[in-house]
Design a protein around this ligand. Structure first.
Ligand SMILES: CC(=O)SCCNC(=O)CCNC(=O)[C@H](O)C(C)(C)COP(=O)(O)OP(=O)(O)OC[C@H]1O[C@@H](n2cnc3c(N)ncnc32)[C@H](O)[C@@H]1OP(=O)(O)O
Length: 418
């Protein structure tokens, strides 16, 4: 493909006025695809101009970065402020000139200088982009395709609560119930976001132009007469096999407050009238459905990287989360993009919290910011990274101690793409 050479541009950087300054760059960077008017309206509502950046040349935007003030559950804590990065896009005529790097560098330097959020997170279009900027794959998701023949569940936990009944409602009508279930059902899972207002409406949105030939989005609610204990967002795509209905049931989200409601919703999805394969593109890697299905192999679980995380400030990021065990570790961190992080840090973890300060003591583990990002939400494993040669053990036993302290159950997971 040939792109015209730009007239030796001098780039300047500034916050956008509003979403309209993003649209052309984002459309070009994503291959000329234009989002639906509903999608654009929500993107405009969610944009925080003061936290976002543009690169311009001759007064015209040519690169974009949106910053979102998010509250994310971290290991052992309730929701904590993190900065979400999205819509990182560079106009094709200006790519590979360091604009993305400069947008990210400025954003991280600003967070450090203003002592704003200690952690930055993003969803990446491709897995190979953000490691060089100190972002590590911090959560993973599993996709499932459960065929008709493998609908059997081994257990149907009854639970202590009143019996459950099923309601099917429109997502818009279910906003309050979904918000309440999310708060309760995801409170301990790192990576999940507090979703209210426009963020929640975006998760429930269903513009006809974005349905790709499928039916409208539906919302199953598991209710017990007094409370909604779970919901599933799903849609059907018509399909027939030898005159039998085999509609694909695509699950966008499923969340419940207790095991009985959880199994109840999966049972209902697997039993949808006309249903064929039940597809869930992004479930937590430790999703209980993998233990409920009698034949999980038939669902062909496939794991992929999901959320990327980065410690903006090593000390604030590591002291701001909980740990599974007591440990004392000196980490030698390499971080050329954020040089204030370079050097040795003593991390002391315990039940009452953690402390992380600079030290001159001998290092126990050596790693880069990318590896630190991968373990930040409790999902990545020091042991795995060490076996891959990405973490160096300088004191025997340090890898084991770090692995145990940093790991978190349940595994991190983020149902929201921002
Ligand atoms: C959080 C999000 O928003 S994810 C969305 C990312 N955006 C997209 O996928 C939209 C389409 N792509 C684009 O707009 C652009 O190509 C971008 C944003 C991915 C890259 O922008 P550029 O300004 O060209 O990147 P930049 O010149 O700063 O490159 C910095 C480094 O990243 C590398 N890089 C850039 N894009 C990619 C890629 N897609 N895959 C792997 N490496 C990449 C460059 O080779 C360079 O490497 P180096 O460190 O060895 O020098």
């Amino acid at each position: 493909m040939h792109f015209p050479s730009p007239p030796s541009p001098d780039y300047d950087f500034r916050p956008p006025e509003d979403w309209s300054e993003f649209t052309e760059v984002v459309s070009l960077a994503y291959g000329g695809y234009d989002h639906s008017p509903e999608h654009r309206a929500t993107a405009a509502e969610l944009l925080e101009p003061k936290r976002s950046l543009l690169a311009c040349t001759a007064g015209r935007p040519c690169a974009t970065l949106a910053g979102y003030s998010l509250d994310m559950t971290l290991p052992g804590t309730g929701p904590r402020p993190v900065l979400g990065l999205g819509y990182i896009a560079v106009s094709p005529a200006h790519r590979r000139r360091g604009l993305m790097r400069e947008l990210i560098r400025r954003t991280l330097a600003d967070l450090h200088t203003t002592r704003a959020e200690p952690v930055a997170v993003l969803n990446s279009t491709e897995p190979d982009i953000y490691g060089r900027f100190g972002f590590g794959a911090a959560s993973h998701a599993v996709s499932l395709a459960i065929p008709v023949e493998a609908r059997e569940l081994t257990e149907m936990p009854a639970g202590d609560g009143p019996p459950l009944t099923l309601e099917v409602a429109s997502p818009a009508e279910s906003e309050a119930a979904v918000a309440a279930v999310c708060r309760a059902g995801l409170a301990e899972r790192p990576g999940t976001l507090r979703r209210e207002g426009a963020w929640l409406r975006r998760s429930l949105a269903d513009p006809p132009a974005d349905r790709g030939g499928a039916g409208r989005l539906l919302c199953m609610l598991a209710t017990d007469g007094t409370a909604v204990r779970g919901y599933a967002l799903y849609r059907l795509t018509a399909g027939w096999t030898r005159s039998y209905p085999r509609f694909t049931v695509s699950v966008r989200e499923l969340c419940a407050t207790d095991p009985a409601a959880y199994a109840f919703l999966w049972r209902a999805l697997l039993d949808v009238d006309l249903g064929g394969t039940v597809v869930a593109e992004a479930r937590p890697v430790d999703d209980p459905v993998l233990a409920l299905l009698a034949d999980p192999r038939s669902a062909a679980p496939t794991v992929r990287d999901q959320l990327y995380a980065r410690a903006v400030d090593v000390d604030r990021a590591l002291a701001g989360r909980g740990y599974a065990a007591e440990a004392e570790l000196v980490l030698e961190v390499s971080d050329p993009l954020c040089p204030w992080n370079e050097g040795r840090w003593r991390l002391i973890t315990g039940p009452a919290g953690a402390d992380c300060v600079r030290t001159h003591a001998a290092a126990d583990l050596a790693l880069t910011a990318r590896e630190l990002g991968a373990v930040l939400l409790g999902g990545g494993s020091f042991a795995q990274l060490a076996l891959a040669g990405r973490v160096t053990e300088l004191r025997p036993g340090a890898v084991r101690a770090a692995t145990v302290a940093f790991r978190h159950d349940p595994a991190p997971y983020c149902p929201v793409v921002f």
